[in-house]
Design a protein around this ligand. Structure first.
Ligand SMILES: [Zn+2]
Length: 171
């Protein structure tokens, strides 16, 4: 009755609690890594779930556990992931700074344009009305924004005067 299910359908049913898993007390060590998948009436559906990686495999008394033993998790459950052994690359601080500066500058440019658009459309509005939830801004952003802001204020004020908006710098 469950033969026609795809692995994706089984995964979905597990997620939706239409299928559940149970521990199998088999002789083989493989059952330390695999759980039997059953329906809600506790009927085994012919599939097992790897506890380590979530892979679903077929299982029946007839097929035995040899293919489950070949499953890489089952045979090497204590082996660390290969990434653990790769040397960790550290990014030079000047690269980090460049990235942040670019992000902040470009972001602020876009943000300013958006503010101008909103100002042109709605006239003078309070920043608090625009942002209903306080946003956490990192120190770097604030520091960089301060620099750009003082630059931009002088450039933006004439624009706001022509479109009838206003620009306050206390944000
Ligand atoms: Zn696995």
């Amino acid at each position: 009755m469950f033969e026609n299910l795809t692995l994706e359908q089984i995964k979905l049913k597990l997620k939706n609690n239409e299928f559940i898993t149970r521990k199998k007390n088999g002789k083989s060590d493989v059952w330390q890594n695999f759980l039997e998948i059953t329906d809600l009436e506790n009927n085994f559906i012919g599939y097992v779930l790897c506890k380590n990686c979530g892979q679903i495999c077929t299982y029946s008394q007839k097929s035995g556990t040899s293919h489950l033993l070949r499953h890489s998790c089952a045979s090497s459950s204590k082996q660390s992931k290969i990434t653990t052994f790769l040397p960790k690359q550290s990014i030079p601080s000047n690269i980090k700074e460049l990235t942040i500066n670019k992000l902040v500058r470009d972001g602020f440019k876009e943000f300013s344009q958006e503010m101008i658009n909103i100002g042109a459309k709605f006239g003078q509005i309070q920043v608090d009305d625009l942002f209903s939830h306080p946003t956490t801004i990192s120190r770097n952003v604030i520091k960089e924004a301060e620099k750009i802001k003082s630059n931009l204020t002088t450039k933006l004020n004439p624009i706001f005067q022509t479109v009838g908006g206003a620009f306050t710098t206390d944000m």
